[in-house]
Design a protein around this ligand. Structure first.
Ligand SMILES: CC(C)(COP(=O)(O)OP(=O)(O)OC[C@H]1O[C@@H](n2cnc3c(N)ncnc32)[C@H](O)[C@@H]1OP(=O)(O)O)[C@@H](O)C(=O)NCCC(=O)NCCS
Length: 173
C-alpha cells in the first residue's frame, strides 16, 4: 500500500510550487517559525496550540513517531528560501472519527492553500481507511466554514457552552 503521509509538492496558481512536509521530531524550530507568522485574528480562530511557545512546538514535534498524530507544514519558496506557509494535522488518528485542524500564515491566506491542505487531509484519511473526520470551527469564522462546506463537511452540533459559538463539522468519506 502507498504511504499516504509521504511528502509531496503541488502547484497553486498564485503561489507557485509549495511542498508538503511531514513534521519530524527535529522540526520544532520550523513549527515555531510558523507560529510566529500567525497574526492576532488567525491565532484567535486557530487555538489548539496556544500559547504558541517554542515548548509547545517541541511537544508537538515530539509526537511525530506517535501513530495517533500526523502533522505537516506546507513550505513555500520566498526569495530562494523555504518558509512555512501552512499547517495541517490529525489527532485521535486511531479512533473512528479523527480530528483535524488547519491554519495558513497570514501572508499566504486567500490563495487556495487552505483548500489544498484540506484536500491533502481528506486524501490521507481515505488512504488510512477512515470513514468520518471532524473539526471544530468558530461561529464567526465564515471563511473557514466556506472552505469546509466546499470540501463536503456539514455541521453536526453546536459545542455546548462555547464562548466562540463554536460548532463541530463532520465529513463522511
Ligand atoms: C481558514 C483558512 C485555513 C483558509 O485558508 P486560505 O488559504 O485562506 O483559504 P483558500 O484561499 O483556500 O479559500 C478561501 C475561500 O473562502 C472564501 N472566503 C474568503 N473570505 C470569506 C468570507 N468572509 N466568507 C465566506 N467565504 C470567504 C474565498 O472566496 C475562497 O473560496 P472560493 O475558492 O470558493 O472562492 C485560513 O484563512 C486561516 O488560516 N485562517 C485563520 C485560522 C483559521 O481560521 N483556521 C481554521 C480554524 S477552524
Amino acid at each position: 500500500m502507498t504511504d499516504p503521509t509521504l511528502d509531496k509538492s503541488i502547484s497553486l496558481p498564485t503561489l507557485g510550487v509549495v511542498r508538503f512536509h511531514r513534521l519530524r521530531t527535529s522540526d520544532a524550530d520550523l513549527l515555531y517559525a510558523f507560529f510566529q507568522m500567525l497574526g492576532k485574528q488567525t491565532r484567535a480562530w486557530f487555538r489548539p496550540h496556544t500559547p504558541w511557545t517554542h515548548a509547545v512546538a517541541q511537544d508537538l514535534a515530539a509526537q511525530a513517531e506517535d501513530p495517533d498524530f500526523i502533522r505537516f507544514l506546507v513550505l513555500a519558496e520566498q526569495e530562494g528560501k523555504e518558509e512555512p506557509a501552512g499547517y495541517g494535522f490529525f489527532e485521535n488518528l486511531q479512533s473512528a472519527r479523527p480530528v483535524l485542524g488547519i491554519a495558513v500564515a497570514d501572508a499566504y491566506q486567500g490563495h487556495g492553500l487552505g483548500q489544498a491542505i484540506m484536500q491533502h487531509l481528506i486524501t490521507v484519511a481515505r488512504q488510512l481507511g477512515k470513514r468520518r473526520i471532524i473539526l471544530t470551527v468558530d461561529g464567526d469564522n465564515l471563511r473557514a466554514q466556506h472552505v469546509y462546506k466546499k470540501m463536503g463537511f456539514t455541521m453536526t452540533r453546536l459545542i455546548p457552552g462555547s464562548f466562540h459559538n463554536a460548532r463541530e463539522m463532520e465529513c463522511i468519506l
